[in-house]
Ligand binder design. Structure first.
Ligand code: HEC
Length: 89
């Protein structure tokens, strides 16, 4: 597990903004993946990988299904948006 984590953080390091990316991925997995699928694809609801950051952030703040039910700070929302925006659609 520790090895896997180091490999992951190395990947994020190379991709830039390591902390944000790591947080975004974890937060996405926890709050969004159940509906939007792994990496924003092939979930039971809309595919959202690769959407612009500001669109994703706005949707989390006023999500069509569950408005304001996400208990996320604006930092966390930015991290999720950044993570998703950099995934391939
Ligand atoms: C309970 C299931 C569910 C969860 C959890 C969920 N979503 Fe959604 N999301 C949906 C559905 C369904 C829609 C489409 C609603 C519609 O089309 O009116 C949607 C729409 C969106 C959209 C707009 C897509 C578009 O093109 O209109 C974005 C962006 C989005 N969700 C991001 C997220 C993020 C980020 C999270 C995690 C913080 C999240 N969602 C969690 C079900 C979910």
């Amino acid at each position: 597990m520790k090895a896997v984590l180091s490999v992951l953080s190395l990947g994020f390091l190379l991709a830039g903004s390591p902390a944000l990316a790591a947080d975004g991925a974890a937060l996405y997995g926890k709050h969004c993946a159940s509906c939007h699928g792994k990496e924003g694809k092939n979930g039971k609801d809309v595919a959202i990988a690769g959407r612009p950051e500001d669109v994703i952030a706005a949707n989390i703040k006023a999500h069509p299904l569950s408005m304001n039910s996400f208990n996320l700070s604006s930092k966390q929302i930015q991290a999720i948006a950044k993570y998703l925006a950099h995934l391939k659609p």
